[in-house]
Every structure is written in C-alpha cells, then in structure tokens.
Design a protein around this ligand. Structure first.
Ligand SMILES: *[C@@H]1O[C@H](CO)[C@@H](O)[C@H](O)[C@H]1NC(C)=O
Ligand SMILES: *[C@@H]1O[C@H](CO)[C@@H](O)[C@H](O)[C@H]1NC(C)=O
Ligand SMILES: *[C@@H]1O[C@H](CO)[C@@H](O)[C@H](O)[C@H]1NC(C)=O
Length: 341
C-alpha cells in the first residue's frame, strides 16, 4: 500500500516537474546546470556547508569563479590555463586570509645565517633544464586550512638537500616546525629562515613525517617525538642574492625555499607557464625544484606547492622565468634561501 501511494505521489510529482522544466528559460537551465556542477564539485571535494544560507553564498562565489575561469580559458591567448579546483568557492579575501602564510614582518628578527656567503656564486655553467623530481622531491603535501606554507617550504628544501647529499629521500615533519619553532606564528604565518634558525639553535635535527605527522593545527611541541629520532640534521643555511641569475645557480644544485606574491588568480592556476597576476606583497612560500623551457622556448621555473594535487599541474606550477623584472615574476627570486646538510 505504502509503496503504491508513494508511487502515485511521485508520478504526480514527475508530471509537475516536467511541466516546470518545459517552461523554464534557457537562462534558468544554465543556472540549473551550474547548481548541478556545484553539487558535483561539493561531492568530489567533500565540501559541506553549515546551512542553506552559506551554501547559497558559496554557490554565488563558485559561479563567479567558474565563469571567470571559463572566459579566461576561452580567450586562448595566454600561456597558461586556469582550472576549477577545491578552492573554487573561495573569494579573494578568503584566499588571502586562509591560504597564504608568509610573514615577512618576522624578517626583522635576528638571523644566524652567514648572510655574506653564497656558495654557488662562482658557478658559470648550469644545465639547460633541471627537475629535482627525479628522486629528490617527496610527493605533493597539503597544508589545509593552516597558514604554514613556510614549514612546507623549509621541509621540502631540507628533504632535497639531504637526498642529494645522502642519496636517501625521507619525508620530514612540518608539524615539528609548526609546534616547536615558536619564533614563527604557527598557522598564522612564518618564515623559512626562522625555521632554519630554530633547528640550528636546537641541534639542527628534524624528525620524520611518520614520527611527527601533520595535523593542520598548532599543538604543544612534543619533545618526546623530537628526541626519539632526528632523521636529518642541517648544518646551516644561506640566502640567495635576489636575482633570477643567482636563483638559477642555486636551484641547479638543490631545491630552494622561495617566497612568492600569490594572487587570487594564482589560486586558480591550472596548467601552463604562469605569467598572470601577482599580489603586491610576498605572501606565500613554495619550493623551487627546477627550471626549463616550454614550447617556443618560453622559460619557466618549476615550483612545488603545498595545496594538494588538485591545484595546478598535479600540485606543481610552472611560472615565467627571466621576465626582466627585479626579483622575477611574482617576486620569486627576491627572498630565496636554502639549507645545508
Ligand atoms: C583576451 O586577452 C586579451 C589579451 O590579454 C585581452 O585584451 C582581452 O580583453 C581578453 N578577452 C577576454 C574576453 O577576456
Ligand atoms: C637528478 O638529476 C640531476 C641533474 O641531472 C642529477 O645530478 C641527479 O643525480 C639526479 N638524481 C637522481 C636521484 O637520479
Ligand atoms: C608558439 O608559436 C607559434 C607561432 O609563432 C604560435 O602560433 C603559438 O601560439 C605559440 N605557442 C605558445 C604556447 O606560445
């Protein structure tokens, strides 16, 4: 009985909906399909909103971003494409608040770097291209909603330096830096050089990702986890003079921590060689892991980000190189550093 009743109701509903659908305009249909895309996108990225009001607000932002991305890509005159990713429901303001995390104001603090030396200065020849993913770079990690790009950038550079020196790739702990390097501001921002300073002041040791896994939030420093196993020890760090030519010499030898001025468009990057908009300020940290030239000889830097694999080229970005601008495109060459092991 119950089944029959339900069946009849749904039959009636079916006709009502059919009637409705046949009268909607194409504009409504477009909206309907955007709603559908939003639903599918939510499911794909496990996105849940607290109520209908938030959902409606997020839908609006999603729609605006999707329209921007599609019209940009249809233009076809650019060297890069934008793409829908798990951040497509975020406004520019939210992006700035949530996903960057470089605090350059911290650089006023005293640094123990031997700032006068740059050991690759005298290098005269570098290979035409370099890609440290041939064995010196761990998989793409995801900082989540914690502004500690500084920890990911420092760790990736240490992982690379250690692999090159010891022929052993070990995934290391961002959480140790996040919890223990308290000169930095945890999930509210930091600097790679301060992270290196912290390690050096405490014997230089950093433990493994497995031993001290990433939590997406700051906790009390676990001295137990640190003392049990220092997997890798750094002996110092150096600053790269702020030019693209120095940066090239540096990354020809090892992965490098770099600061970058990321914009909302940067967050939408999908593929290709990015020469799009930048923020006026350095606000994000990534790891430079190579360089090369694309079709037509367009030169690029190869960057490892910490925004998961749904962003960019499976989590990586190619960004314009030798652009004739001081500090490089989006300031990529303006505040680079690297650890020594
Ligand atoms: C396409 O790109 C060109 C060059 O950047 C720009 O002038 C033009 O406004 C763009 N058109 C659209 C529809 O975005
Ligand atoms: C990766 O490439 C560089 C440059 O060619 C080389 O020096 C290095 O040994 C390579 N690494 C591995 C693990 O093969
Ligand atoms: C490469 O150059 C050709 C010919 O000048 C041009 O048609 C094409 O769009 C260029 N490709 C890129 C990716 O810049």
């Amino acid at each position: 009985m119950a089944f029959n009743f339900c069946f009849k109701i749904s039959l009636v509903l079916f006709f009502i909906i059919n009637l409705y659908v046949s009268t909607v305009t194409s504009r409504d249909l477009k909206k309907l399909s955007m709603l559908e895309r939003h639903e599918k996108w939510m499911a794909r990225h496990g996105r849940v909103y607290k109520d209908e009001i938030e959902k409606e607000q997020r839908f609006k932002t999603f729609k605006e971003n999707v329209e921007f991305i599609e019209s940009f890509n249809q233009n076809g005159t650019q060297r890069y494409k934008l793409a829908i990713n798990k951040y497509t429901d975020l406004t520019n303001e939210e992006f700035m608040a949530l996903f960057t995390g470089l605090d350059t104001s911290l650089s006023q603090q005293k640094s123990t770097a031997t700032t006068s030396s740059f050991k690759y200065e005298s290098l005269t020849e570098v290979p035409l291209s370099m890609d440290w993913r041939n064995g010196s770079v761990t998989g793409i990690k995801d900082q989540g909603q914690c502004e500690c790009c500084w920890a990911f950038s420092a760790v990736a550079a240490i992982e690379g330096a250690y692999q090159i020196a010891n022929n052993k790739l070990i995934s290391l702990s961002e959480q140790q830096l996040l919890d223990c390097s308290t000169e930095n501001k945890g999930c509210k921002g930091g600097l790679m050089t301060l992270a290196y300073d912290f390690l050096l002041q405490n014997g230089g040791g950093i433990t493994t990702e497995t031993n001290y896994p990433y939590q997406q939030s700051q906790s009390i420093c676990s001295t137990q986890k640190i003392s049990s196993t220092a997997a890798v020890t750094i002996s110092g760090y150096e600053l790269v003079p702020p030019s693209e030519s120095s940066l090239l010499k540096a990354v020809a030898n090892q992965p490098i921590s770099v600061c970058i001025a990321a914009s909302h468009e940067f967050l939408m990057y999908g593929s290709g060689i990015y020469d799009g908009s930048c923020d006026p300020e350095l606000n994000h940290a990534v790891t430079l892991i190579g360089y090369g030239a694309g079709v037509n000889g367009t030169k690029y830097w190869l960057v490892k980000n910490s925004w998961g694999t749904s962003w960019g080229e499976e989590g990586y970005m190619r960004i314009a190189r030798d652009v004739g601008v001081d500090g490089g495109h989006c300031g990529i060459a303006s505040a680079a550093s690297f650890p020594t092991v």
